[in-house]
Design a protein around this ligand. Structure first.
Ligand code: C5P
Length: 241
């Protein structure tokens, strides 16, 4: 199995703290993920500061709007050279195709690598009950598989999915499809609490199931020693993959 990379989610607004964590964790992780909390507070300039840590960047903006608007937002962040950028698969095939086209065009124009676009399927904080309340019948897994097929067809590089869907997605989409997986919790010790994540697995199990990359936030950032926590998780992934 190929190497599975570990992305640490830096979900915070405190810019000096995020920059400090980025620098501290850079040698122990495969990449760093910035999401809406940080981006809404500090914008592209703040992203640039974290990029300075020298690790691949995952810009988790979960874009979801009409195709023209999402394409414009994608164009606006290509210059930041994120390795991964997220859009919501629920935006539909036309929106995802527009995002892909915009990423390719803008990257070619700027002479930078295009981001790998990932489709958010079903948030890992949602379970079957929550989906039922939204009027989505059937299992969470079926919904994830349907949305992933739509994403692949539209040209996305991969999807975000929970640990529980990795094996089925890998079987359906082959070895090159990126399956990036949050909802990771160490089996025991600091950071093993589920928090608001409903569909979780250990780093080793998710790596073995065939994930491309794992996203871990609070079990690292809230640990008494974040660098040690990141190293332990990276080691567990390396042994399993
Ligand atoms: O702290 P924790 O490890 O739960 O962080 C998981 C990260 O993955 C968060 O940044 C969250 O926004 C993100 N994420 C998720 N579920 C998705 C997509 C992204 O939890 N479907």
């Amino acid at each position: 199995m190929a190497n599975v990379s570990l992305y640490c989610a830096l979900d915070a607004r405190d810019r000096p703290a995020v920059e400090r964590l980025a620098g501290l964790l850079a040698p122990a992780v495969g990449g760093l993920k910035l999401g809406l909390e940080y981006f809404c507070a500090h914008g592209p300039e703040g992203v640039g500061a974290v990029r300075a840590a020298g690790r691949p960047l995952f810009l988790d903006l979960k874009l979801h709007d009409i195709p023209n608007t999402v394409a414009g937002a994608v164009r606006s962040v290509v210059a930041l050279e994120p390795h991964y950028l997220t859009v919501h698969t629920a935006g539909g095939g036309a929106m995802m195709r527009a995002a892909c086209g915009a990423a390719e065009e803008e990257a070619a124009q700027l002479g930078v690598p295009p981001p790998n676009l990932l489709g958010v399927t079903v948030l890992t904080s949602l379970d079957a009950d929550a989906l039922a309340h939204q009027g989505i019948a059937g299992s969470t897994r079926d919904q994830v598989l349907r949305l992933a097929a739509l994403a692949h067809e539209a040209g996305l590089a991969g999807v975000i999915a929970s640990p529980h869907e990795i094996a089925a997605l890998r079987a359906a989409h082959g070895p090159d499809f990126h399956i990036v997986v949050p909802g990771i919790r160490p089996a025991s010790g600091a950071g093993s609490g589920k928090g608001d994540q409903a569909r979780v697995a250990t780093p080793a199990d998710a790596a073995r199931a065939g994930a491309t990359a794992l996203v871990v936030g609070r079990p690292i950032t809230q640990a008494p020693d974040p660098l040690e926590a990141a190293r332990a998780i990276a080691k567990e992934i390396a042994v399993a993959s």
